[in-house]
Ligand binder design. Structure first.
Ligand SMILES: [Cu+2]
Length: 125
């Protein structure tokens, strides 16, 4: 292999590693849902290259409202799915779409885009 080929190969591996880390491993800091009107826990989730925050902390038996806003033209995050709660919603761009759930058991519940690329989770205590 020439030096150029080695550099290109290494750059390719670095890119793959970055993609894996960015899409599947990096979640950022957990954010606790805040108490709003009527004792509902509420959190705003921005959809842009992933979910921000990607980890939401909630409480068992307490109603949780996730306000999803898709802030990108990419259609990847157009749909959000909460498999454990049988919920699915279409997210028009720049529009806040609330999804309310009541987690009845402690645990970790995923939410993903329709293609399972963007991933986030609700940590229920
Ligand atoms: Cu997607």
């Amino acid at each position: 292999m020439t030096t150029t080929e080695i550099i290109v190969t290494l750059a390719g591996f670095a890119l793959i590693a970055w993609i894996v880390w960015y899409f599947w491993l990096w979640k950022g800091k957990p954010v606790a849902a805040q108490s709003g009107a009527g004792g509902v826990l509420e959190v705003d989730v921005t959809v842009k290259g992933g979910y921000q925050p990607a980890i939401v902390e909630a409480r068992t038996g307490q109603r949780l409202r996730l306000n999803f806003t898709r802030r990108e033209a990419s259609t990847c995050g157009e749909e959000v799915v909460l498999p454990a709660f049988g919920r699915r919603a279409h997210l028009p761009q720049n529009t806040s779409v609330p999804i309310e759930i009541v987690p009845d058991k402690p645990g970790e519940y995923e939410f993903t885009c329709g293609m399972n690329m963007y991933r986030g989770k609700i940590v229920v205590q």
